[in-house]
Design a protein around this ligand. Structure first.
Ligand code: F6P
Length: 544
């Protein structure tokens, strides 16, 4: 048994879990009119209501005791101070430095990183202004109309999610497109309507050797040169974002056109760095800096607020409560905002690549559950797809509901309907519908049909968090993203795992590299297991 599951705080939570077995949320609300006030927090214009969780007055203190026992305060301080908390890669974890609007010095290996951060931000500003104003011209003297970000994982998902969420802030004529998949469909379809003379490519890759990104960037360059003909024209149409100047130069992008970031920025936390260049081009640098500001304010909250009032800490502890004591396997992210359609995708990487681990910081195998499966899509679409399972299936699925009080758009009728659904779903999940309530709604004959009656009962007691903000501005979005990032970090601390490496993605990459040449000759392949051999040989037979 690990020291975590035999620890005092864990055992106390296990006892508490047994006591709370019969806790019914509906009754708790009936008994305590102050429950919402008691279990809500506000941060700037974000209201975080966590009252619809299976917790009573004892639960949070016990969860906080677990956080204290696991040394959370020291770990937070270590992260912000630039300590090498990514121990397998011997790296600091300092995405917070990228949005350190106070500019207080942050040292990595004795060097203050802030001058470099500010230098790259200034370079981004200059470039954005040049492109957005039309001063930056393509090789035929035309203004840039389209930006294509080529990058995958953290180098694609974050910028795409933020740009799509903040589309209402895109005031210039510039359009952005995101290419990530090695499947050529992605790049072919995206390039189809574009004009090489007015297209700017951003090749974003931390290591600048990621197979998908390099292949897509090569195809983009070929597409461009097929029209431009002149390799000297590349400099006006390709910029790179990377930690790796040599790889950028080797690919053929002038390092003058490179926006750098650093080893201490994890790929899935990199949208705050130059990786966010496509966002800044799309919505302007002032709005990009507002995004940083929103995140910075959450960083300060996370760093300084007592755990009982600390939103990311509470989000994390509630997640632990369900994941480790109620055996909930997944967590649904449900923004009631169509522009946030990539939010769950983004945090699939953010959370699952961070906490999908089973080895502790000490190298032992865990004997408890770690990161949940993250999934979801915007409401109300999800209601007409998978909500049935959340309401009446056999799985316990804690949900986060998010909505803004104000839409960016002005059509009459829509927003109140959206918000009524945002309110109704958590209420329904919490309340459920009893047998008596069902029977009262049916005719006497229907009431005799026990299958019908039983099918209409909702158990209820399903937990959720609700987030309500004033408007999804760049600053508010920055705050939301930082809240979730810190939640993930806190959970990693409690589980004693390294949330900042991603060894689990390596094996498949290596095997794919070994298989590739086998697909490109005529030999019958026998070097793998029979399934892989069979599939390879079938592919070779079917391939035109
Ligand atoms: O394969 C996983 C991963 O390393 C992610 O962590 C990262 O965000 C993505 O690949 C892309 O990496 P890069 O930015 O170096 O191309």
């Amino acid at each position: 048994m690990s020291s975590l599951t035999t620890s005092k705080a864990w055992s106390a939570l296990q006892d508490h879990y047994h006591h709370i077995q019969n806790f019914v949320l509906r009754e708790a609300f009936a008994q305590d009119p102050q429950r919402h006030a008691k279990f809500s927090l506000t941060f700037n214009d974000i209201l975080f209501d966590y009252s619809k969780n299976r917790i009573n007055d004892e639960t949070l203190p016990l969860l906080i005791a677990l956080a204290e026992q696991q040394g959370l305060a020291e770990k937070i301080a270590a992260m912000f101070s630039g300590a090498a908390i990514n121990t397998t890669e011997h790296r600091a974890v300092l995405h917070t430095a990228l949005r350190n609007r106070s500019n207080r010095p942050i040292y990595v290996d004795g060097k203050d990183v802030m001058p470099d951060v500010n230098r790259v931000l200034a370079k981004m500003r200059g470039f954005c202004e040049a492109v957005r104003s039309g001063a930056w011209k393509g090789y035929t003297g035309k203004t840039i109309t389209d930006v294509v970000n080529i990058g995958i994982g953290g180098s694609g998902l974050g910028p795409k999610m933020v740009s799509m969420t903040l589309t209402p802030y895109s005031t210039s004529a510039l359009k952005v497109h995101y290419v990530s998949n090695i499947d050529q469909t992605d790049i072919v379809e995206k390039l189809k309507p574009l004009n090489p003379e007015t297209t700017l490519f951003i090749v974003a890759s931390k290591i600048f050797s990621t197979q998908e990104t390099m292949m897509n960037a090569t195809s983009a360059k070929n597409w461009f040169l097929a029209t431009a003909q002149d390799p000297a024209a590349v400099a006006k149409h390709f910029v790179a974002i990377s930690t790796h100047a040599e790889n950028v130069a080797a690919f053929g992008i002038d390092t003058e056109n490179m926006f750098e970031f650093w080893d201490w920025v994890g790929g899935r936390f990199s949208l705050w760095s130059a990786v966010g260049l496509s966002i800044a081009l799309y919505i302007g640098m002032d709005n990009f800096e507002a995004l940083l500001e929103g995140a910075y304010e959450v960083d300060e909250h996370f760093r300084t607020a007592p755990f009982a009032q600390n939103i990311p800490v509470i989000m994390a502890l509630l997640g632990i409560w369900y994941n480790n004591f109620f055996d909930a396997d997944s967590h649904a992210l449900l923004p009631y905002d169509q522009s946030m359609r990539y939010f769950a995708d983004y945090f699939q990487q953010g959370d699952m690549e961070s906490n999908g681990k089973s080895i502790t910081m000490d190298g032992d195998k865990v004997d408890y559950s770690t990161g949940p499966i993250i999934w979801g899509q915007p409401g109300t679409n999800g209601q007409h797809a998978f909500f049935q399972l959340i309401h009446q299936g056999t799985k316990l699925i804690p949900c986060d509901f998010l909505v803004a009080a104000n839409s960016h758009y002005k059509l009459p009728g829509h927003h109140d309907i959206l918000v009524s659904n945002f309110l109704a779903q958590p209420e329904a999940l919490m309340r459920g519908k009893t047998l008596d309530e069902v029977k009262r709604e049916l005719t006497p004959a229907e009431g005799e049909d026990h299958v019908l009656v039983a099918s209409k009962v909702f158990e209820g007691n399903k937990p959720s968090n609700s987030f309500l903000c004033k408007k999804m501005t760049p600053k508010t979005l920055g705050s939301f993203l930082a809240l979730y990032e810190h939640k993930i970090f806190v959970q990693g601390v409690i589980w004693n795992i390294n949330s900042f490496d991603q060894m689990g993605v390596e094996l498949g990459k290596i095997l794919a590299k070994a298989i590739l040449p086998e697909l490109q000759n005529d030999a019958v392949i026998t070097s793998h297991d029979s399934s892989t051999n069979g599939l390879i040989n079938a592919y070779k037979r079917l391939k035109d």
